[in-house]
Design a protein around this ligand. Structure first.
Ligand code: HEM
Ligand code: HEM
Length: 235
């Protein structure tokens, strides 16, 4: 893991280039999948979206289907890469922990001035929950999407009930994902959370912010730095 304290810069290295690329390929492909998925319903002609300037193409069903397939490839590859990286690095920082729900409520209450915010590790409890929520919906969308692609192949017939189930699940996960993404974006309306934004552009965040809010992670980084220094001295 490349996380470390950059004392001279007054920053903490928080995200590797690899994580930044995964986040943006997932985010971009998800936006395209949501837009092109709604195009399959098809709702852009019905709701007059095609009459908006520059959006006539939104009613072109074969085009939005192609977009859906292309973005599905990007999303599936990014998720596969991300899961492989987790297995290889054993970095489970974003996975939910016991008591996260209660901790998330405490953090939210502290943000509106009720009580004290508990110290956080690298991620806030709500970030771990948001990861699990968004991640599981994406996972369902990929699995059911694959079945829908298979069903669309020429000469293939799949059990009708199975296709119906896959479609219902694909649609339900779409609705939940849209809510999850809206919640994810709304989180940045809160000023303290905005300090995390540079992490996904430059990879770095403010040192003072980490010391104050992610104090458990900060202590972990300090311990890691001193133990690697010790091993250098011994070596
Ligand atoms: C469909 C679009 C997106 C998806 C699926 C997505 C997904 C995620 C997930 C699963 C996480 C980890 C859990 C969390 O921190 O909540 C995350 C983190 C984050 N995302 Fe997104 N995201 C999307 C769009 C965006 C956009 C547009 C922005 C910028 C405005 C953004 C900024 C961030 C930031 C700042 C973090 C925290 C990084 C850190 O803690 O170091 N995301 N995103
Ligand atoms: C963020 C992820 C995704 C979202 C929000 C999404 C959304 C949608 C929506 C709303 C529809 C139209 C309703 C329906 O036919 O069920 C749809 C259709 C479809 N999706 Fe997705 N989808 C996603 C990911 C995927 C993935 C990863 C695949 C493939 C692996 C996929 C394959 C398909 C297929 C084949 C169709 C049916 C197209 C047709 O024959 O009309 N989707 N999707």
């Amino acid at each position: 893991m490349s996380d470390r304290i950059l004392w001279k810069e007054g920053k903490v290295k928080r995200q590797s280039l690899s994580s930044i690329l995964v986040h943006w390929s997932v985010a971009l492909s998800t936006f395209v999948l949501i837009f092109s998925g709604f195009g399959q319903l098809p709702m852009y002609k019905r709701f007059g979206i095609v009459n908006l300037p520059g959006l006539a193409w939104a009613g072109d069903y074969p085009l939005t289907l192609k977009m859906h397939y292309l973005a599905a490839i990007v999303l599936t590859l990014a998720v596969f890469y991300h899961l492989t990286e987790i297995v290889l690095t054993k970095d489970f920082d974003l996975f939910p922990k016991k008591g996260d729900l209660r901790e998330a409520v405490k953090i939210l209450l502290a943000m509106v001035g009720i009580g004290k915010e508990p110290p956080s590790d690298k991620y806030l409890a709500e970030q771990r929950l948001s990861y699990a929520f968004i991640g599981s919906n994406l996972f369902i969308l990929i699995l059911t999407g694959m079945l829908k692609v298979y069903k669309n192949l020429p000469g293939i017939t799949v059990n009708n009930a199975l296709v119906l189930w896959a479609t219902q699940l694909h649609n339900l996960a779409t609705v939940l994902l849209v809510l999850g993404v809206l919640g994810h974006l709304a989180a940045f309306i809160a000023k303290p959370n905005r300090k995390l934004l540079p992490a996904l552009f430059t990879g770095k965040v403010d040192l003072a912010y980490v010391q104050k809010r992610h104090s458990l992670w900060f202590k972990r980084l300090e311990r890691q730095a001193s133990s690697s220094q010790d091993s250098r001295h011994i070596g």
